[in-house]
Design a protein. Sequence first.
Length: 235
Amino acid sequence: MHRRVLIGRYNKKIAYIRVYLPALRYVRAMIFNREHRTANYFNYLKVSIMKNLKGKKVAILTENGFEESELTSPKQALEAAGATVHIVSPQKEKVRGWKNGNWSIELPVDAHPDAIDADDYDALVIPGGVINPDLMRRSEDCITFAKSFLEAAKPVAAICHGPQLLIETGMLGGREMTSFKSISTDLKNAGVVWLDKEVVVDNGLVTSRSPKDLEAFNKKMLEEIAEGVHHPTAH
């Protein structure tokens, strides 16, 4: 009798498996297909952004002493997405970077800020470094050039100490931003709502704290440039 009960239970389990296994396989297939569709969707978004940046011109405004990775990483991301990138600097022919406490690479200068403005470009990128922004904020040409992008509501991306230059434009009141911690007080004094986040986006204005945030910074930078001109906001 006991043996018959065991056999009956065994047969019952086999029957359950036969009934539900196709359903389990179906659910598994649906999950796989959903993941597959999700992956395809994100690839589509990536390709769309890359296509949208084709034909875009982006200015990287810098002086000697830029933090090397904060210029080269965004530049590579922009070029990989199909954008044309120009290095804009008051320096005549080459501008020199800074890395690990020493002078580093030299890059050719494509244009000078006194000869161009926002009408010539779709977006502006400002790398950081201690020396670079300090030199630029003393330059009326750099200030005027950066201000022209804010006035035109075109995307502006600044990282680390880069936002120091934007303070001189007098156009940051009420904007949400982040930066290297040591200049947070300067930004607050300029009317900025300062946030300690890896990346902050405020109507086309993208800011990040340091090279550690470059991945998030580059991602948002590409997205905002792909969107194009943003509607001006009153602050």
